[in-house]
Design a binder for this molecule. Structure first.
Ligand SMILES: Cc1ncc(COP(=O)(O)O)c(C=O)c1O
Length: 435
């Protein structure tokens, strides 16, 4: 074999702690505000919907948070995940750049989302929660939560954005297989859903609406807590196992990344890979360029405003300081369902505001072109969400070729696209359009 291209760790290398970037930000994160009084809310106010142990993680400024043995045991089903060098893609692009990717698509649910669903289900279980309510777009998060609830013996009730419920049946089936109850949102299960259906029986739904339904479900059902798959501090925290493993794997590869990329929906897979690198950028003055990549159709980081906004459509969540397109924004129905969120993680937003990261946006035809090139050279069919990072990597690799400069590029391949093949078919038949 000419050169190693796959860098793996052993089960004993599964991180023992999550990393909290809130300990190292040069300026503290602006606090969440009460929607009525507009005053900072104390963490206890979140206890109506989250268990105390997760509320503590949401607010903590500790640099390291212990990963319980029970969570590491479940992580061992798919972690540590591999780091690969995409030598065939480099060759196809005739680039001097070295391209590395961390692959999270080998988890049972096919994406990074289980890194936090398992942790959230575990902490809810030990806090005495009996049932979790949540929302899902295309079903990546819902299926990850369904699996985690099944493992820890919790009921799981998921509100799935209606357009995906109708058009993306396979993740719905996956949720059913793992024992969850799934409602098309807006649904007749909540007052908010019934109100929207009365106004428009054909309402196609949105992530913001589904979040409102899941929160209403939580406060109305005893023994139920709410679970969110992205955006919040504790979710970004749980995802840092990705970057902590990658730091070790890049040492095995004998290189340091120059530019690091991740796609951004609510920001959690991006946070997972890049926050450990941001620690080094802040504390060791490393000069990595770090780029969040989003769809042009939902350009939160590149065109949104940095201001306090609600996380959901019905205005039930606390106000968070974040880049936002406005909580009433209805994103067009692009194939990367997981990137259709009006806001962005407050931590990722803060990193952008402080100039620690950059952001780029790509149209979906460009994204599918890059995804197909990747699949044809590296084999893995990427999730349309993850393929946004690939589009940015391809652009950077071509720039390296033009300039004749070697650069080390690293990205997070956050999921596989084997349940998104109809989107690929649309692209391959020349029917995909930019919106
Ligand atoms: C494969 C994949 N990548 C990325 C995302 C975007 O979410 P986040 O920004 O929280 O990583 C999703 C969301 O569903 C996803 O399924």
């Amino acid at each position: 074999m000419s050169q190693p291209t796959r860098f793996t760790l052993s089960q004993s290398d599964i991180p023992k702690q999550w990393y909290n970037l809130n300990a190292d930000f040069p300026e503290p994160l602006p606090p969440p505000l009460h929607p009525g009084t507009k005053q900072p809310i104390p963490p206890e106010a979140l206890l109506a919907i989250f268990p105390e142990n997760l509320v503590q993680q949401e607010a903590t400024r500790e640099r390291w948070v212990e990963i319980p043995e029970e969570v590491r045991d479940v992580y061992a089903l798919w972690r540590p995940t591999p780091l690969l060098r995409a030598v065939r893609l480099e060759k196809a692009l005739q680039t001097p750049a070295h391209i590395y990717y961390k692959y999270e698509g080998g988890s049972p649910a096919g994406s990074h989302k289980v890194n936090t669903s398992v942790a959230q289900a575990y902490f809810n279980k030990v806090a005495g929660t009996k049932r979790l309510a949540s929302e899902t777009g295309a079903g990546q998060w819902g299926s990850s939560l369904a699996l985690a609830c099944q493992i820890f013996g919790l009921e799981c009730n998921v509100y799935m954005v209606k357009v995906s419920y109708d058009h993306k049946p396979y993740r719905r089936m996956l949720m059913h297989t793992w024992g969850a109850t799934v409602h098309a949102s807006p649904s007749d299960q909540t007052e908010y859903g019934r109100k929207l259906l009365a106004e428009d029986p054909h309402n196609a739904g949105s992530l913001g609406i589904a979040i409102s339904e899941a929160i209403e479900d939580t406060v109305k059902h005893p023994g139920t807590k709410y679970s969110l798959g992205s955006v919040l501090n504790h979710v970004c925290l749980h995802q840092t196992v990705i970057g902590e493993e990658t730091l070790k794997q890049m040492v095995l590869a004998g290189e340091e990344p120059d530019v690091i990329f991740g796609c951004c929906g609510g920001g959690s897979n991006f946070a997972g890979l890049v926050f450990p690198y941001l620690r080094r950028k802040i504390t060791e003055k490393k000069s990595y360029r770090i780029v969040g990549v989003e769809p042009s159709a939902c350009p939160t980081l590149t065109k949104g405003e940095l201001r306090y906004d609600f996380g959901d459509t019905a205005e039930t969540t606390p106000l968070m300081m974040m880049y936002t397109l406005g909580h009433k924004f209805m994103p067009p129905s692009i194939h990367a369902g997981g990137l259709r969120y009006h806001g962005m993680s407050p931590m990722v937003s803060h990193a952008l505001k402080l100039g620690l990261i950059e952001a780029e946006a790509y149209h979906q035809t460009n994204v599918f072109e890059a995804a197909t090139l990747f699949a044809r050279n590296e084999g893995i069919v990427p999730a349309p969400e993850s393929a946004h990072a690939i589009a940015a990597v391809v652009k950077e690799a071509l720039k390296a070729r033009e300039e004749g400069k070697k650069r080390v590029l690293l990205f997070n391949l956050s999921g596989h696209g084997l349940l998104d093949l109809s989107a690929y078919e649309t692209y391959l038949h020349g029917k995909l359009q930019d919106v």
